[in-house]
Design a protein around this ligand. Structure first.
Ligand SMILES: [Zn+2]
Length: 481
Protein backbone atom coordinates (compact mmCIF):
# COMPACT_ATOMS: atom_id res chain seq x y z
CA UNK A 1 0.00 0.00 0.00
CA UNK A 2 1.96 2.87 -1.41
CA UNK A 3 2.30 6.02 0.76
CA UNK A 4 1.20 4.45 3.99
CA UNK A 5 3.88 3.92 6.63
CA UNK A 6 3.31 0.76 8.64
CA UNK A 7 1.77 1.51 12.01
CA UNK A 8 4.58 -0.28 13.83
CA UNK A 9 7.18 2.01 12.23
CA UNK A 10 5.21 5.07 13.28
CA UNK A 11 4.91 3.77 16.82
CA UNK A 12 8.63 2.98 16.95
CA UNK A 13 9.56 6.42 15.63
CA UNK A 14 7.18 7.93 18.17
CA UNK A 15 8.79 6.02 21.01
CA UNK A 16 12.28 7.05 19.92
CA UNK A 17 11.21 10.69 19.66
CA UNK A 18 9.46 10.57 23.02
CA UNK A 19 12.60 9.03 24.53
CA UNK A 20 14.79 11.78 23.08
CA UNK A 21 12.42 14.47 24.33
CA UNK A 22 12.30 12.95 27.79
CA UNK A 23 16.09 12.74 27.91
CA UNK A 24 16.47 16.34 26.80
CA UNK A 25 13.97 17.57 29.41
CA UNK A 26 15.61 15.42 32.10
CA UNK A 27 19.00 17.01 31.32
CA UNK A 28 17.50 20.50 31.31
CA UNK A 29 17.59 21.14 35.05
CA UNK A 30 18.67 23.85 37.42
CA UNK A 31 22.43 24.05 37.87
CA UNK A 32 23.46 22.84 41.33
CA UNK A 33 22.87 25.61 43.84
CA UNK A 34 25.86 26.86 45.74
CA UNK A 35 25.52 26.30 49.46
CA UNK A 36 27.86 29.16 50.24
CA UNK A 37 26.94 32.28 52.14
CA UNK A 38 27.37 35.57 50.27
CA UNK A 39 31.01 36.68 50.44
CA UNK A 40 30.90 40.23 51.79
CA UNK A 41 34.34 40.24 53.28
CA UNK A 42 36.03 43.63 53.36
CA UNK A 43 33.02 45.78 52.51
CA UNK A 44 30.81 47.66 54.98
CA UNK A 45 27.17 48.12 53.94
CA UNK A 46 26.24 50.72 56.56
CA UNK A 47 29.24 52.92 55.83
CA UNK A 48 28.63 52.59 52.09
CA UNK A 49 25.00 53.65 52.62
CA UNK A 50 26.06 56.82 54.41
CA UNK A 51 28.57 57.71 51.73
CA UNK A 52 25.93 57.13 49.05
CA UNK A 53 23.50 59.31 51.03
CA UNK A 54 26.05 62.14 51.04
CA UNK A 55 26.42 61.92 47.29
CA UNK A 56 22.64 61.87 46.78
CA UNK A 57 22.45 65.24 48.54
CA UNK A 58 24.36 66.85 45.67
CA UNK A 59 21.75 67.53 42.96
CA UNK A 60 23.65 66.64 39.77
CA UNK A 61 20.54 66.93 37.62
CA UNK A 62 20.94 66.58 33.86
CA UNK A 63 18.93 68.60 31.40
CA UNK A 64 19.06 69.15 27.67
CA UNK A 65 18.54 72.82 28.49
CA UNK A 66 22.01 74.06 29.62
CA UNK A 67 20.36 76.84 31.69
CA UNK A 68 18.87 74.12 33.93
CA UNK A 69 22.22 72.42 34.63
CA UNK A 70 24.15 73.51 37.71
CA UNK A 71 27.88 73.01 36.94
CA UNK A 72 28.72 73.86 40.59
CA UNK A 73 26.81 70.78 41.75
CA UNK A 74 28.80 68.57 39.36
CA UNK A 75 32.08 70.14 40.56
CA UNK A 76 31.02 69.67 44.19
CA UNK A 77 30.24 66.02 43.48
CA UNK A 78 33.69 65.39 42.00
CA UNK A 79 35.31 67.03 45.01
CA UNK A 80 33.19 65.01 47.44
CA UNK A 81 34.28 61.78 45.74
CA UNK A 82 37.89 62.68 46.43
CA UNK A 83 37.06 63.33 50.11
CA UNK A 84 35.04 60.15 50.57
CA UNK A 85 37.47 57.85 48.75
CA UNK A 86 40.95 59.18 49.59
CA UNK A 87 42.84 55.91 49.02
CA UNK A 88 41.35 55.54 45.56
CA UNK A 89 42.24 59.11 44.69
CA UNK A 90 45.75 58.59 45.94
CA UNK A 91 46.38 55.34 44.06
CA UNK A 92 44.55 55.91 40.76
CA UNK A 93 45.22 58.48 38.02
CA UNK A 94 42.22 60.72 37.39
CA UNK A 95 41.27 62.84 34.38
CA UNK A 96 38.28 65.12 33.89
CA UNK A 97 37.08 64.98 30.29
CA UNK A 98 34.85 67.57 28.62
CA UNK A 99 32.30 69.07 31.03
CA UNK A 100 33.01 66.60 33.82
CA UNK A 101 33.27 62.98 32.69
CA UNK A 102 35.68 61.18 35.01
CA UNK A 103 38.22 58.63 33.82
CA UNK A 104 40.36 56.86 36.42
CA UNK A 105 43.17 54.44 35.73
CA UNK A 106 44.29 51.87 38.25
CA UNK A 107 47.67 50.64 37.06
CA UNK A 108 48.52 46.97 37.41
CA UNK A 109 52.00 46.92 35.97
CA UNK A 110 50.80 44.01 33.82
CA UNK A 111 50.63 44.22 30.06
CA UNK A 112 47.16 42.76 29.60
CA UNK A 113 44.10 44.46 28.13
CA UNK A 114 42.24 46.37 30.85
CA UNK A 115 38.81 46.09 32.42
CA UNK A 116 36.51 49.14 32.34
CA UNK A 117 33.89 49.68 35.04
CA UNK A 118 31.28 52.30 34.16
CA UNK A 119 28.68 54.37 35.98
CA UNK A 120 27.24 57.86 35.64
CA UNK A 121 26.72 60.53 38.27
CA UNK A 122 24.11 62.71 36.61
CA UNK A 123 20.47 62.05 37.50
CA UNK A 124 17.09 62.73 35.92
CA UNK A 125 14.95 65.62 37.25
CA UNK A 126 12.25 65.18 39.90
CA UNK A 127 9.86 67.86 38.63
CA UNK A 128 6.21 66.81 38.57
CA UNK A 129 6.78 63.77 40.78
CA UNK A 130 5.18 63.20 44.19
CA UNK A 131 7.98 62.15 46.53
CA UNK A 132 7.22 61.13 50.10
CA UNK A 133 10.68 62.43 51.14
CA UNK A 134 12.87 65.23 49.87
CA UNK A 135 14.57 63.60 46.83
CA UNK A 136 17.89 65.27 47.70
CA UNK A 137 17.91 64.73 51.46
CA UNK A 138 19.81 61.45 51.25
CA UNK A 139 17.82 59.82 54.04
CA UNK A 140 19.00 56.45 55.35
CA UNK A 141 15.82 54.94 56.79
CA UNK A 142 14.01 51.61 56.93
CA UNK A 143 17.07 49.73 55.73
CA UNK A 144 17.41 51.76 52.55
CA UNK A 145 19.06 54.84 51.09
CA UNK A 146 16.47 57.21 49.63
CA UNK A 147 16.88 59.81 46.93
CA UNK A 148 17.23 60.56 43.25
CA UNK A 149 20.09 58.52 41.87
CA UNK A 150 20.09 55.88 44.65
CA UNK A 151 19.87 53.13 42.02
CA UNK A 152 20.43 55.04 38.77
CA UNK A 153 23.34 55.33 38.93
CA UNK A 154 25.12 56.73 41.99
CA UNK A 155 24.42 53.41 43.72
CA UNK A 156 26.60 51.57 41.20
CA UNK A 157 29.24 54.29 41.33
CA UNK A 158 29.43 53.94 45.11
CA UNK A 159 29.49 50.13 44.95
CA UNK A 160 32.48 50.32 42.56
CA UNK A 161 34.34 52.85 44.71
CA UNK A 162 33.66 50.93 47.94
CA UNK A 163 35.28 47.89 46.35
CA UNK A 164 38.24 49.80 44.94
CA UNK A 165 38.83 51.76 48.15
CA UNK A 166 38.77 48.61 50.30
CA UNK A 167 41.23 46.84 48.00
CA UNK A 168 43.61 49.78 47.60
CA UNK A 169 43.68 50.09 51.40
CA UNK A 170 45.02 46.54 51.72
CA UNK A 171 47.70 47.13 49.09
CA UNK A 172 45.95 45.01 46.46
CA UNK A 173 47.07 45.49 42.86
CA UNK A 174 44.73 44.26 40.09
CA UNK A 175 45.96 41.62 37.64
CA UNK A 176 45.22 43.95 34.72
CA UNK A 177 44.69 47.71 34.53
CA UNK A 178 41.25 48.86 35.61
CA UNK A 179 39.62 51.99 34.26
CA UNK A 180 36.67 53.64 35.97
CA UNK A 181 34.59 55.68 33.54
CA UNK A 182 31.99 57.84 35.31
CA UNK A 183 29.81 59.83 32.90
CA UNK A 184 28.31 63.21 33.71
CA UNK A 185 25.60 63.31 31.03
CA UNK A 186 24.27 59.79 30.44
CA UNK A 187 20.66 60.79 31.07
CA UNK A 188 20.69 63.25 28.18
CA UNK A 189 22.63 60.87 25.89
CA UNK A 190 25.58 63.26 26.12
CA UNK A 191 29.20 62.96 25.08
CA UNK A 192 30.96 62.04 28.36
CA UNK A 193 31.30 58.31 27.69
CA UNK A 194 32.21 58.97 24.06
CA UNK A 195 35.07 61.19 25.25
CA UNK A 196 36.34 58.35 27.44
CA UNK A 197 36.21 56.00 24.44
CA UNK A 198 38.12 58.50 22.33
CA UNK A 199 40.73 59.00 25.04
CA UNK A 200 41.32 55.24 25.30
CA UNK A 201 41.32 54.75 21.54
CA UNK A 202 43.85 57.53 21.01
CA UNK A 203 46.17 55.67 23.44
CA UNK A 204 45.69 52.36 21.64
CA UNK A 205 43.77 50.83 24.56
CA UNK A 206 41.38 47.99 23.66
CA UNK A 207 39.57 46.86 26.82
CA UNK A 208 39.31 43.17 27.67
CA UNK A 209 35.79 43.79 28.98
CA UNK A 210 33.47 46.65 29.91
CA UNK A 211 30.73 46.60 32.54
CA UNK A 212 28.02 49.28 32.73
CA UNK A 213 24.52 49.60 34.21
CA UNK A 214 21.75 47.48 32.71
CA UNK A 215 20.27 44.25 34.01
CA UNK A 216 19.97 43.51 37.72
CA UNK A 217 19.08 40.72 40.11
CA UNK A 218 15.33 40.32 39.77
CA UNK A 219 12.57 37.91 40.71
CA UNK A 220 9.41 36.89 38.92
CA UNK A 221 10.04 38.60 35.58
CA UNK A 222 10.53 35.47 33.49
CA UNK A 223 7.36 33.40 32.93
CA UNK A 224 7.22 30.41 35.26
CA UNK A 225 10.57 31.08 36.96
CA UNK A 226 10.06 31.91 40.64
CA UNK A 227 13.63 32.41 41.94
CA UNK A 228 16.21 35.16 41.60
CA UNK A 229 17.79 35.78 38.24
CA UNK A 230 20.81 37.95 37.54
CA UNK A 231 20.26 39.17 34.00
CA UNK A 232 23.38 40.48 32.28
CA UNK A 233 22.83 42.52 29.13
CA UNK A 234 24.85 41.37 26.11
CA UNK A 235 23.39 44.03 23.87
CA UNK A 236 20.97 46.91 23.81
CA UNK A 237 18.15 47.71 21.46
CA UNK A 238 18.41 50.58 19.02
CA UNK A 239 16.70 53.87 19.72
CA UNK A 240 14.77 55.82 17.13
CA UNK A 241 12.81 59.03 17.52
CA UNK A 242 10.45 59.77 14.67
CA UNK A 243 8.17 62.73 14.06
CA UNK A 244 4.98 62.01 12.11
CA UNK A 245 3.37 65.06 10.53
CA UNK A 246 0.18 65.65 8.54
CA UNK A 247 -0.50 69.10 7.07
CA UNK A 248 -3.61 70.92 5.79
CA UNK A 249 -4.55 74.38 4.49
CA UNK A 250 -6.47 75.00 7.75
CA UNK A 251 -9.49 77.31 8.15
CA UNK A 252 -12.38 77.89 10.54
CA UNK A 253 -13.49 74.94 12.63
CA UNK A 254 -17.14 75.64 11.69
CA UNK A 255 -16.54 74.24 8.19
CA UNK A 256 -14.25 71.20 8.50
CA UNK A 257 -13.30 68.78 5.73
CA UNK A 258 -13.31 65.01 5.97
CA UNK A 259 -9.86 63.45 6.36
CA UNK A 260 -8.22 66.49 7.90
CA UNK A 261 -4.66 66.38 9.23
CA UNK A 262 -5.56 65.13 12.76
CA UNK A 263 -7.77 62.34 11.36
CA UNK A 264 -5.06 61.15 8.97
CA UNK A 265 -2.48 61.27 11.71
CA UNK A 266 -4.78 59.32 14.03
CA UNK A 267 -5.32 56.71 11.31
CA UNK A 268 -1.56 56.38 10.84
CA UNK A 269 -1.08 55.85 14.59
CA UNK A 270 -3.81 53.19 14.71
CA UNK A 271 -2.26 51.37 11.77
CA UNK A 272 1.05 51.20 13.64
CA UNK A 273 -0.79 50.02 16.75
CA UNK A 274 -2.78 47.36 14.89
CA UNK A 275 0.19 45.97 12.98
CA UNK A 276 3.00 45.66 15.52
CA UNK A 277 6.52 44.74 14.49
CA UNK A 278 7.00 40.97 14.29
CA UNK A 279 7.95 39.11 17.48
CA UNK A 280 11.13 37.06 17.11
CA UNK A 281 13.32 35.15 19.53
CA UNK A 282 16.85 36.39 18.97
CA UNK A 283 19.81 34.17 19.92
CA UNK A 284 20.43 36.30 23.02
CA UNK A 285 16.87 35.67 24.23
CA UNK A 286 17.37 32.00 23.41
CA UNK A 287 20.41 32.08 25.70
CA UNK A 288 18.26 33.66 28.40
CA UNK A 289 15.61 30.95 28.00
CA UNK A 290 18.30 28.29 28.20
CA UNK A 291 19.72 29.76 31.41
CA UNK A 292 16.41 30.50 33.16
CA UNK A 293 13.97 28.00 31.61
CA UNK A 294 15.59 25.15 33.51
CA UNK A 295 14.31 26.69 36.77
CA UNK A 296 10.69 26.60 35.57
CA UNK A 297 8.14 23.99 36.68
CA UNK A 298 8.06 20.76 34.59
CA UNK A 299 5.36 21.81 32.08
CA UNK A 300 7.16 24.99 31.12
CA UNK A 301 10.50 23.26 31.29
CA UNK A 302 9.53 20.77 28.59
CA UNK A 303 8.82 23.72 26.30
CA UNK A 304 11.92 25.73 27.23
CA UNK A 305 14.16 22.66 26.77
CA UNK A 306 13.24 22.73 23.09
CA UNK A 307 13.36 26.50 22.71
CA UNK A 308 15.59 26.34 19.65
CA UNK A 309 12.88 24.50 17.68
CA UNK A 310 9.98 26.49 19.08
CA UNK A 311 11.07 30.04 18.33
CA UNK A 312 7.77 31.21 16.79
CA UNK A 313 5.69 29.76 19.64
CA UNK A 314 8.04 31.22 22.26
CA UNK A 315 7.98 34.60 20.58
CA UNK A 316 4.21 34.53 20.89
CA UNK A 317 4.34 33.32 24.49
CA UNK A 318 6.82 36.02 25.54
CA UNK A 319 5.06 38.79 23.64
CA UNK A 320 1.91 38.01 25.64
CA UNK A 321 3.55 37.28 28.98
CA UNK A 322 4.22 40.87 30.08
CA UNK A 323 5.15 44.32 28.78
CA UNK A 324 8.77 43.64 29.67
CA UNK A 325 8.87 40.25 27.94
CA UNK A 326 7.16 41.73 24.88
CA UNK A 327 9.87 44.38 24.67
CA UNK A 328 12.49 41.61 24.59
CA UNK A 329 11.15 40.03 21.41
CA UNK A 330 10.16 42.90 19.15
CA UNK A 331 10.66 46.46 18.03
CA UNK A 332 8.27 48.57 20.11
CA UNK A 333 6.64 51.87 19.19
CA UNK A 334 5.41 54.32 21.83
CA UNK A 335 3.54 57.41 20.69
CA UNK A 336 4.69 59.87 23.32
CA UNK A 337 3.54 63.28 22.09
CA UNK A 338 0.57 64.55 20.10
CA UNK A 339 -0.11 68.05 18.87
CA UNK A 340 -2.81 69.64 16.72
CA UNK A 341 -4.23 73.11 16.34
CA UNK A 342 -3.22 75.63 18.97
CA UNK A 343 -6.72 77.10 19.23
CA UNK A 344 -9.95 75.26 20.07
CA UNK A 345 -11.86 76.76 17.10
CA UNK A 346 -9.18 76.70 14.39
CA UNK A 347 -8.53 73.75 12.06
CA UNK A 348 -5.05 72.32 12.43
CA UNK A 349 -2.68 73.23 9.61
CA UNK A 350 -0.32 70.71 11.09
CA UNK A 351 -0.89 67.63 13.24
CA UNK A 352 2.18 66.09 14.76
CA UNK A 353 2.98 62.95 16.72
CA UNK A 354 6.24 61.78 18.22
CA UNK A 355 7.07 58.09 18.17
CA UNK A 356 9.75 56.72 20.48
CA UNK A 357 10.87 53.42 18.98
CA UNK A 358 13.14 50.72 20.44
CA UNK A 359 14.64 48.66 17.63
CA UNK A 360 15.02 44.90 18.13
CA UNK A 361 18.35 43.18 17.51
CA UNK A 362 18.64 42.17 13.87
CA UNK A 363 16.80 45.25 12.62
CA UNK A 364 18.11 48.73 11.80
CA UNK A 365 16.95 52.34 11.68
CA UNK A 366 16.51 51.98 7.90
CA UNK A 367 14.53 48.72 8.04
CA UNK A 368 12.35 50.15 10.79
CA UNK A 369 11.58 53.31 8.79
CA UNK A 370 10.78 51.17 5.71
CA UNK A 371 8.31 49.10 7.65
CA UNK A 372 6.68 52.14 9.28
CA UNK A 373 6.08 53.71 5.88
CA UNK A 374 4.63 50.47 4.55
CA UNK A 375 2.31 50.02 7.52
CA UNK A 376 1.11 53.64 7.52
CA UNK A 377 0.57 53.40 3.76
CA UNK A 378 -0.27 57.08 3.38
CA UNK A 379 2.10 59.37 1.45
CA UNK A 380 0.47 62.44 3.04
CA UNK A 381 2.05 61.51 6.39
CA UNK A 382 5.56 62.85 6.53
CA UNK A 383 8.06 60.85 8.59
CA UNK A 384 11.17 62.53 9.89
CA UNK A 385 13.97 60.81 11.82
CA UNK A 386 14.78 63.10 14.74
CA UNK A 387 17.47 60.80 16.06
CA UNK A 388 18.34 57.17 15.44
CA UNK A 389 20.83 54.57 16.63
CA UNK A 390 20.99 50.97 15.42
CA UNK A 391 20.99 48.18 18.03
CA UNK A 392 24.41 47.54 19.57
CA UNK A 393 26.60 44.61 18.58
CA UNK A 394 26.08 41.49 20.71
CA UNK A 395 28.79 40.57 23.22
CA UNK A 396 29.71 36.94 23.81
CA UNK A 397 28.43 34.90 26.74
CA UNK A 398 30.82 31.97 26.29
CA UNK A 399 34.08 33.70 27.15
CA UNK A 400 36.22 34.26 30.23
CA UNK A 401 34.92 37.79 30.85
CA UNK A 402 31.28 36.72 31.02
CA UNK A 403 32.33 33.80 33.20
CA UNK A 404 34.01 36.21 35.61
CA UNK A 405 30.88 38.38 35.84
CA UNK A 406 28.84 35.23 36.57
CA UNK A 407 31.29 34.09 39.25
CA UNK A 408 31.21 37.53 40.90
CA UNK A 409 27.39 37.41 40.88
CA UNK A 410 27.37 33.99 42.55
CA UNK A 411 29.87 35.15 45.17
CA UNK A 412 27.25 37.55 46.57
CA UNK A 413 23.99 35.99 45.30
CA UNK A 414 24.73 32.26 45.66
CA UNK A 415 21.16 31.27 44.78
CA UNK A 416 20.76 33.42 41.64
CA UNK A 417 20.66 32.01 38.12
CA UNK A 418 22.88 34.07 35.81
CA UNK A 419 21.41 34.71 32.38
CA UNK A 420 22.21 36.84 29.33
CA UNK A 421 19.59 39.28 28.15
CA UNK A 422 18.88 42.19 25.83
CA UNK A 423 18.70 45.59 27.45
CA UNK A 424 15.65 47.45 26.20
CA UNK A 425 16.90 50.90 27.22
CA UNK A 426 19.86 52.76 25.79
CA UNK A 427 23.02 53.20 27.86
CA UNK A 428 26.47 54.78 27.66
CA UNK A 429 27.90 51.28 27.23
CA UNK A 430 27.03 51.30 23.54
CA UNK A 431 29.91 53.73 22.86
CA UNK A 432 32.39 51.17 24.13
CA UNK A 433 31.34 48.66 21.45
CA UNK A 434 33.62 50.71 19.17
CA UNK A 435 36.70 49.49 21.04
CA UNK A 436 35.59 46.31 22.82
CA UNK A 437 33.76 43.07 21.90
CA UNK A 438 32.82 42.18 25.48
CA UNK A 439 30.54 44.94 26.75
CA UNK A 440 28.18 43.83 29.54
CA UNK A 441 25.28 45.65 31.13
CA UNK A 442 24.49 44.72 34.68
CA UNK A 443 24.05 46.39 38.05
CA UNK A 444 24.73 44.02 40.94
CA UNK A 445 21.65 44.98 42.95
CA UNK A 446 18.77 42.82 44.01
CA UNK A 447 15.84 45.04 43.04
CA UNK A 448 12.24 44.59 44.16
CA UNK A 449 9.29 45.52 41.94
CA UNK A 450 8.91 48.74 43.97
CA UNK A 451 12.55 49.61 43.46
CA UNK A 452 12.36 48.92 39.73
CA UNK A 453 9.26 51.11 39.53
CA UNK A 454 11.11 53.95 41.28
CA UNK A 455 13.70 54.28 38.49
CA UNK A 456 13.31 57.72 36.92
CA UNK A 457 10.16 58.06 39.11
CA UNK A 458 9.23 59.11 42.65
CA UNK A 459 10.72 57.57 45.81
CA UNK A 460 13.83 56.05 44.24
CA UNK A 461 15.60 53.99 46.89
CA UNK A 462 18.14 51.21 47.23
CA UNK A 463 18.29 48.78 50.13
CA UNK A 464 21.47 48.81 52.20
CA UNK A 465 21.66 45.03 51.79
CA UNK A 466 21.66 45.37 47.99
CA UNK A 467 24.31 48.11 48.10
CA UNK A 468 26.41 45.92 50.37
CA UNK A 469 26.21 42.97 47.98
CA UNK A 470 26.89 45.29 45.05
CA UNK A 471 30.15 46.40 46.66
CA UNK A 472 30.96 42.73 47.32
CA UNK A 473 30.28 41.93 43.67
CA UNK A 474 32.79 44.51 42.42
CA UNK A 475 35.34 43.38 44.99
CA UNK A 476 35.01 39.79 43.83
CA UNK A 477 35.21 40.89 40.19
CA UNK A 478 38.38 42.91 40.76
CA UNK A 479 40.03 40.09 42.68
CA UNK A 480 39.12 37.64 39.93
CA UNK A 481 40.78 39.60 37.14
ZN1 LIG B 1 21.39 55.26 34.36
Amino acid sequence: MKGVVPAAAVAAAGLVAAGLVARKVAGFRPLPASAREPDLDGVDGEAAAHRLAELLRIPTVSSRNPAEVDPAAFAAFRQRLADLYPETHRALDREVLGDGALLYRWRSGADRPPMVLMAHYDVVPVAGQEWSRDPFSGAVEDGAVHGRGAIDDKGTLVAILEAVESLVATGFVPARDVYLSFGNDEEIAGVGAQLAVEALRSRGVRPWAVLDEGGAVVSGVFPGVPGRAAVVGLAEKGLLDVELTATDPGGHASAPVRGGAPARLARAILRIEDDPFPARVHDVVLGMIDALGRYAPPGYRAVFAHARFLRPALALLLSRASREANALVRTTVAITQLEGSRAPNVLATRARAHANIRIALGETVASTMDRLRRVIDDPSIELRVVDGTDPSPVSRADNEAFGLVGAAVRSVYPDAAVAPYVMVQASDARHFSQICDSVYRFMPFDLSRAQLASLHAADEHLSIAALHRGAGFFRSLLRGL
